[in-house]
Design a protein around this ligand. Structure first.
Ligand SMILES: [Zn+2]
Length: 166
């Protein structure tokens, strides 16, 4: 099994990714799948924070990253979002990668990757199913979307321990 190589983060990126991981715990505590996301402007201002609320709302699109994009898109201009970073406790799925693209957010940092997450979910790590990496989506974007991850894998994994039933 080849696991993606963990990347080293700056102090600043580490701080905000830990904030996203904290929201993943909130999501789990509230009965949802354990995912969280934070968007931070280049000035350091936290623009938005969200957790996965699919169980609370019954909305299957209520992933953390899509939720935070829905919060910000109506109220933050696209130029600000282009310079912002979205921190996600886990690698964005294809829907969330699409939402990030449409939002114009220019940079993504994530914790646990989809391969390690599949192991938690009891699926074989080599299985790809109909899955696209968020990097495949970002690579198709005409504007650049920087993507860093996996990072802080141990810390990002903690909340998944004992959550996914095999
Ligand atoms: Zn998603």
């Amino acid at each position: 099994m080849v696991l993606p190589t963990e990347q080293t983060l700056s102090e600043r990126d580490g701080r905000y990714l830990r904030q996203a991981i904290a929201w993943s715990r909130t999501g789990r505590e509230r009965g949802n799948r354990p995912f969280g996301a934070v968007v931070v402007a280049d000035t350091g201002e936290v623009l938005g924070e969200a957790w996965c609320n699919t169980s609370e709302t019954g909305d299957c699109t209520g992933h953390a990253e899509t939720n935070v994009v829905r919060q910000l898109s109506p109220k933050v201009d696209r130029a600000t979002l282009a310079r912002a970073t979205l921190y996600s406790s886990a690698e964005p799925c294809v829907m969330c990668a699409g939402a990030i693209f449409w939002s114009n957010i220019g940079r993504v940092v994530y914790g646990i990757d989809a391969v390690r997450l599949r192991v938690f979910r009891g699926e074989r790590a080599e299985q790809r199913d109909a899955e696209l990496s968020c990097r495949d989506v970002f690579a198709a974007s005409p504007h650049p979307i920087e993507c860093i991850g996996p990072a802080l894998v141990d810390e990002a994994s903690e909340v998944h321990v004992g959550f996914w039933k095999l």
